[in-house]
Write a protein that binds this ligand. Structure first.
Ligand code: FAD
Ligand code: EPU
Length: 345
C-alpha cells in the first residue's frame, strides 16, 4: 500500500483538477480493511474509486480515495454454462475481450464501456439491449466494519435501469470484491436494439457484434482520453402513458421505448437536442456537439462549471417538455457523495 497526497486529474474521466488528502492503492482485502480502520480512526470520509468514469468531483475531496486494484479471473464450466468469478479491480472492456478470445460469448454487446468490474455492478451497466443483470449470478461484498464477505445473489442486488442496492443500503462501508457471471454455452445473439437491424441472427458471430458495437460507440461517444466526459450525463427519463401521449401528439418523431411497467422511456439526448443545446458552452464546460446527452470538459472546466451547465440543460428541458432529467453521473463533494438532483435543483 502507498499513501500520498495527490491530484485526481488523471483518475476521473472528466479530467477535473481536484485533489484528495490521501490516495490508497489497494490490491488485497487486508489493505482495504487497514485503510478503512485509518479513516475511522481519523474520522475521514472514504471513497472507493475504479476508473472514475461515472463521477463528477465538485471540489477537492477531504478524505481518502481507495483505488481498487483487486485482480483475478477464475473460469469454471459445466455442461451448459460458463461460470466466471472476476475480481472487481479488473477492467471491464479487457474482460469482454478476454472472454471472446477464450471462446466465451455473451458480453459482446457491452464492449468498450469504460471502468472496472466493481463500478459495472454499482451502475448495472447497460448498452445495446443488455444490462449487467442479464449475465450476473452474484456479487461478493466486503463489509468493512466487520470484515465479513457476503455473497449477494443477483435477485437481491436491486438491479434496475442504472440502479442497484450498491447505491443505497450497501453504499457506505462496503466494497464490491468480485462478480460472478453466468454465460450460456448455447449462445444466442442479442439483437433487439434497433441499430442491429441489418444483422442476421442466423449467421452473425459474437465477434461481428463486438466489432459493430465498438465501431458505433467510437462514432457516437467522445473518447475521454481526448475530451473529458463521463458518458451519458443524465438517465433516459421514464414518463407515464398520459405524459407520453401528450408529448407524442406534439412531437410525432420523438424516440420512445415502451416499458413492461406501462411507462415510456424517452431519449434524454433527443430532448436536449430539441432544445438546440448541442455545442452550448458555459465556461469550460460544453454539451457535446454530436451527442447531446454527453457533457464535456471542453477547456479546463471546473466541477462547478459542469454543474452549472447541467443545471441549465435540466431547466431548459423541463421548461420545454415538463420532464425533469436525473443525473446518471455520481456527484462527489468535499465529504462524499451528494444527491445529484438536489445539487441541480
Ligand atoms: P467509478 O466512476 O470509479 O465509480 C462509480 C461509483 O461506483 C462511485 O460511486 C464509486 O464509489 C462506486 N464504486 C466503484 N467501484 C466500487 C467497488 N469496487 N465497490 C463499491 N463501490 C464502488 N455506462 C453504461 O452503463 N453504459 C454505457 O454505455 C456507458 N458508456 C460510457 C461511455 C463513456 C465514454 C464514459 C466515460 C462512461 C460510460 N458509462 C457507461 C459510464 C461508466 O463507464 C460506468 O458507469 C462504469 O461502470 C463506471 O466504472 P468505474 O470503475 O469508472 O467507476
Ligand atoms: N438523439 C438525438 N440527439 C442526440 C443524441 C441522441 O436525437 O444528440 C436520439 C438518437 O437519434 C436516438 C435516441 O436519441 O434516437 C437515443 O440515442 P442513443 O441510441 O445514442 O442512446 P442514448 O439513449 O443517448 C443510451 C445509454 C448509453 C448507451 C446507449 C447504447 C443511457 C442514459 N445512455 O444512450 O449509455 O451506450 O444507449 O445502448 O441510458 C452511459 O450510460 O454513460 C451510456 C453512454
Amino acid at each position: 500500500m502507498s499513501i500520498e497526497m495527490v491530484s485526481l486529474k488523471y483518475r476521473n474521466t472528466f479530467a477535473l483538477p481536484v485533489n484528495v488528502e490521501h490516495l490508497a492503492l489497494v490490491d488485497k482485502i487486508e489493505l482495504m480493511l487497514q485503510v478503512w480502520q485509518q479513516t475511522q480512526k481519523y474520522q475521514m470520509p472514504l471513497l472507493v474509486l475504479g476508473e472514475g468514469s461515472n463521477v463528477l468531483f465538485l471540489e477537492d475531496f477531504a478524505g481518502t480515495v481507495m483505488l481498487n486494484q483487486f485482480k483475478g479471473i477464475d473460469i469454471r464450466e459445466d455442461v451448459n454454462t460458463w461460470h466466471l468469478h472476476i475480481s472487481s479491480g479488473e477492467n471491464w472492456h479487457d474482460l469482454v475481450c478476454y472472454t471472446l478470445q477464450a471462446g466465451i460469448a455473451g458480453l459482446e454487446n457491452l464492449a468498450l464501456i469504460p471502468g472496472l468490474v466493481g463500478g459495472a455492478a454499482v451502475q448495472n451497466i447497460g448498452a445495446y439491449g443488455i444490462e449487467l443483470q442479464n449475465v450476473c449470478e452474484y456479487v461478493d461484498l466486503l463489509e468493512l466494519f466487520t470484515g465479513a464477505i457476503n455473497r449477494i445473489p443477483v435477485a437481491d442486488c436491486g438491479f434496475g435501469y442504472r440502479e442497484s442496492i450498491f447505491k443505497h443500503a450497501f453504499q457506505n462501508g462496503y466494497i464490491i470484491l468480485a462478480l460472478g457471471l453466468c454465460l450460456s454455452k448455447k449462445w444466442r445473439p442479442m439483437l433487439e436494439y434497433e441499430a442491429f437491424s441489418h444483422l442476421d441472427s442466423a449467421t452473425v458471430t459474437p465477434t461481428q457484434i463486438f466489432n459493430f458495437v465498438c465501431a458505433k460507440r467510437k462514432m457516437n461517444l467522445p473518447d475521454p482520453r481526448k475530451i473529458g466526459n463521463a458518458g451519458s450525463f443524465f438517465k433516459n427519463p421514464l414518463v407515464s402513458e398520459k405524459k407520453y401521449e401528450s408529448l407524442i401528439s406534439q412531437y410525432p418523431r420523438m424516440p420512445h421505448y415502451p416499458q413492461l411497467c406501462g411507462k415510456f422511456k424517452l431519449a434524454a439526448g433527443w430532448l436536449i437536442d430539441q432544445c438546440e443545446l448541442k455545442g452550448y458552452r458555459l465556461g469550460g464546460a460544453a454539451v457535446h456537439g454530436q451527442q447531446a446527452l454527453v457533457l464535456v470538459n471542453a477547456d479546463n472546466a471546473t466541477g462547478q462549471e459542469i454543474v452549472a451547465l447541467a443545471r441549465h440543460v435540466r431547466n431548459t428541458v423541463a421548461s420545454k417538455f415538463d420532464v425533469w432529467l436525473e443525473p446518471e453521473v455520481r456527484f462527489i463533494g468535499v465529504m462524499g457523495e451528494l444527491n445529484g438532483v438536489e445539487v441541480l435543483s
